[in-house]
Design a protein around this ligand. Structure first.
Ligand SMILES: NC(=O)C1=CN([C@@H]2O[C@H](COP(=O)(O)OP(=O)(O)OC[C@H]3O[C@@H](n4cnc5c(N)ncnc54)[C@H](O)[C@@H]3O)[C@@H](O)[C@H]2O)C=CC1
Ligand SMILES: O=C(O)C(=O)COP(=O)(O)O
Length: 598
């Protein structure tokens, strides 16, 4: 009999040539599919199976592709430029985009220098000429780099590396980069100029090292070329699209620009009869097919860099160089992790426990999170914020992929307002060093207050959301909190030994671990209640794994009313049907009973 096997390891798609050094890190825990030569259509058809996608510059990671990538958690760019990735769409879908910001700097800089020298000394032309059996020494006379002015646009990592090498050639270095670090420029003997126009008129060699963004697209066009010396040579190892290719062909033909060394093109590979192909064919141009990062060393670097980040992300940790997420030091993340779990549980507990109790259709819920103790000293609370949003929404939606990348956006879309505050008071008085308190305030709109409707605690913008598979019922109307224009729920928790605990739920204080299936019963603190609940659950075949009793937080509350209330928190195993839950609510049993799965 044939046995069908299912591979449950997360799948990673690599549609381009990525160095095996990094891939080796993936193969232990993940299924790695290297599939080159896929069309955009084929890619879209299969992307739904993958949790990670690793690309270089050839794969166009479009909104359409991302829309079909239902499981995708990360797009890893094995290189620097992410202009082939629709980062905005990835962000809105909660997909992390990572790159390797420094793995190929040296390769790109050395390739720029290779083109500079090739253009200066007619290397490509001379090579073709001699291979054709010619001996053209005077036609191929070049110029020297020494003493010439190298004008750099974009003095970032690659631009600075080019400057340092060119400094060794004895070139004069000038740069235009409105955001450059002046100290680094001075240390590399580069003079920063305040505008592009001044730079262009002085350039013997012009080299571009900016990203392709709105401000750099077409930045060297007809007007700019016209201001340059006719002896000037232009280099581009950054991105096609920054130079107007038609304008450059015209300037080379007219002799108003002497030559060019180009590695990157407006469309790659260039189409026949395109402006890029005319430039490639031009005798004054040294052309390479986007080879800036193509060295063995750079490819090893970028591959290892992004594969390590893919492992981190698929293991639930944070990457070190995400393009669309805040960067958090790994040590800091380790400190935060148990609190991330705690806040997620608090959010989920809120949504499930108060489901049906708090109105939402036109309630606007504001959550105040207070971090006390060591947590108040944190540099960033972004992962905690994201954990709360995730916890609040996960019980009502299975498809929302919430993480630090999109949490703020999702919260905003859902009308969830979250205020974070830090409190350094009372730390010594508390037995644990860090506490988190969540206060939820829901204010009823005046029209609803009149109608007295009730719905889910989350925003009015989730009308179709399914209620959680849990329930909450009241014994009689007069056991409920009196109807108020505003109401507040409080959940407090802490972490001990890396384990999250809830220490307060509304008016009740008592410690319990927010894990598994919990039955939370509010009852009068009197004889027989526990027995009643235990007996009923036993009859229904529900096993009680643990039980905690949480008395009133404020001992003075309800004094004089005769009977105080308490919460019973039961960790249960076995199915608690709606009938069983409702059965717990009786005069001998509980006033309320809710079932939450954490
Ligand atoms: N051909 C290839 O294979 C490779 C190409 N690259 C490309 O090289 C470019 C530079 O890479 P890095 O130096 O690593 O980036 P980087 O981010 O370190 O440097 C870019 C610099 O451009 C400057 N800049 C931004 N807008 C500007 C503007 N409007 N005018 C002037 N300067 C501006 C920034 O201030 C920054 O200093 C990127 O586009 C990257 O994709 C990088 C590696 C290999
Ligand atoms: O890193 C970059 O920005 C590059 O342009 C390198 O592209 P590649 O990975 O060689 O397709």
């Amino acid at each position: 009999m044939a046995i069908e096997t299912y591979n449950t390891r997360p799948k990673i798609l690599i549609p381009e040539k990525v160095s095996p050094d990094g891939l080796a890190l993936l193969k232990e825990s993940f299924e790695v599919d290297e599939r080159k030569g896929l069309s955009a259509e084929q890619l879209k058809e299969i992307i739904g199976q993958y949790e990670a996608l690793i690309v270089r510059s050839e794969t166009k990671v479009t909104a359409e592709l991302l829309g079909a990538a239902k499981k995708l958690k990360v797009v890893a760019r094995a290189g620097v430029g992410v202009d082939n990735v629709d980062v905005k769409t990835a962000t809105s879908l909660g997909i992390i985009v990572v790159n390797s910001p420094s793995g190929n700097i040296n390769a790109a800089a050395e390739h720029t220098i290779a083109l500079l020298m090739a253009v200066a000394r007619n290397v490509a032309d001379a090579s073709q000429s001699i291979k054709a059996g010619k001996w053209e020494r005077s036609r191929l006379t070049g110029i020297e780099a020494k003493g010439k002015t190298l004008a750099i646009v974009g003095l970032g990592k690659v631009g600075l590396t080019v400057a340092r090498i060119a400094n060794g050639f004895g070139m004069r270095l000038i740069a235009y980069d409105p955001y450059a670090n002046e100290n680094l420029a001075t240390a590399a003997s580069v003079t920063l100029l305040p505008n592009l126009a001044d730079l262009l008129t002085q350039a013997d060699f012009l080299t571009l090292h900016t990203p392709l963004i709105a401000s750099t697209k077409g930045m060297i066009s007809r007007a700019e070329l016209a201001t340059m010396k006719p002896t000037a040579r232009i280099l581009n190892v950054a991105r096609g699209g920054m130079i107007d290719e038609d304008a450059l062909v015209e300037a080379l033909d007219a002799g108003t620009i002497a030559g060019a060394g180009i590695d990157v093109w407006t469309s790659e590979p260039p189409e026949a009869d395109s402006s890029a192909s005319r430039l490639i064919a031009h005798p004054k141009v040294v052309a390479t097919p986007h080879l800036g990062a193509s060295t063995k060393e750079a490819q090893e670097n970028v591959s290892i860099d992004v594969c390590e980040q893919v492992v981190s992300i698929l293991s639930g940790e944070l990457p070190r160089s995400a393009v669309n997420a805040p960067i958090i030091l790994p040590e800091e993340y380790r400190t935060l992790q148990p609190f991330v779990t705690l806040l997620e549980k608090m959010g989920s507990l809120y949504t499930q426990h108060y489901s049906g109790k708090v109105n939402a259709a036109s309630f606007r819920t504001t959550f105040d999170i207070t971090y006390e103790g060591a947590l108040a000293e944190l540099n960033t609370t972004k992962p905690l914020f994201a954990a709360l949003v995730k916890g609040l929404l996960s019980p009502i939606s299975e498809t929302l992929n919430i993480n630090i990348v999109n949490a703020e956006l999702v919260a905003k879309e859902r009308g969830i307002l979250i205020n974070e505050q830090r409190s350094r008071e009372n730390v010594d008085a508390k037995p644990y060093s860090s506490f988190i308190t969540l206060r939820a305030r829901a204010s009823r709109s005046s029209s609803q207050a009149r109608q007295g409707r009730s719905a889910s605690p989350l925003s009015s913008r989730v009308p179709q959301a399914q209620p959680p598979a849990t329930g909450q019922a009241q014994l009689t109307p007069n056991t409920q909190a009196p109807a108020k224009e505003t109401s507040e729920q409080v959940i407090q928790g802490f972490v001990s030994g890396n384990k999250p605990f809830i220490s307060r739920l509304d008016r009740f204080s008592g410690e319990f671990v927010p894990q598994g299936t919990l039955l939370i019963c509010r009852n009068f603190d009197s004889v027989g209640k526990i027995g009643y609940v235990g007996n009923l659950l036993g009859k229904a075949g529900v096993n009680i794994k643990f039980m905690n009793v949480a008395p009133l937080h404020d001992a003075d509350e309800e004094e004089g009313s005769g009977s105080k209330e308490a919460l019973m928190i039961l960790g249960v195993e076995g199915e608690v049907t709606e009938a069983v839950r409702k059965g717990l609510i009786s005069e001998e049993g509980a006033l309320e009973a809710s079932l939450v799965v954490l």
